[in-house]
Design a protein around this ligand. Sequence first.
Ligand SMILES: Nc1nc2c(ncn2[C@@H]2O[C@H](COP(=O)(O)OP(=O)(O)O)[C@@H](O)[C@H]2O)c(=O)[nH]1
Ligand SMILES: [Mg+2]
Length: 213
Amino acid sequence: MRRQRALYRRRRARAGVPVVALVGYTNAGKSTLMRALSGADVFTEDKLFATLDPLTRRIKLTDGRTVLLSDTVGFIQKLPAQLVAAFRATLEELSAADVLVHVVDITHPDAAQQAETVLETLRDLDLSEKPVITALNKVDLLARHDGDAIHGLEELREQSESLSRGRPDALFISAQNGWGLDELQQRIAAVLDGEIVAPTPSRWLARENRPGR
Ligand SMILES: Nc1nc2c(ncn2[C@@H]2O[C@H](COP(=O)(O)OP(=O)(O)O)[C@@H](O)[C@H]2O)c(=O)[nH]1
Ligand SMILES: [Mg+2]
């Protein structure tokens, strides 16, 4: 698997297509986001990558540019030894990425700790200087103070500014409902173009007011 993926990476490098990789704790919603961003026609339209590497899809961002989007295995605390070899293929994929999208399940009681685990794992893998865009996912599940469901992203922004405290760069999304995905794609494009400098894991981890603190 490592050999194969190294081959795909070389091909892609030759094609000059930027690589965006999804990272996050297991169950954060990476694969759902992957499906939401890649659309239903991907399998037929993109047979080459779909067949050769099932974890990578070629997608078009809202501005029309093509990028490669890679799904990865979920990060968990204390990775079982048997999984380390398989995990390494994923990690090598990450080292080839131009930008990482860190998907966080903001509704999980341990969301902050999970986010920190992911950042620490990235650091331990020598990926401390990769630009990271944080996407706080599943906001459709958040409830208002009165217990009613949130009706859309605007309302959420007003209701829960505290959620983004310590994560000023984070975006709210619902991979399932498609909320915030245009903004996410614009952010990816801006980071790829160098218009925005996204924080790196080393910067996240150095922050005093970082997730979970
Ligand atoms: N309510 C809600 N559920 C979501 C959302 N995104 C993912 N899920 C659910 O969360 C679970 C894990 O999603 P998955 O994409 O497999 O997570 P992964 O392990 O990070 O790839 C699945 O049951 C998804 O349906 C979302 O935006 N809202
Ligand atoms: Mg998945």
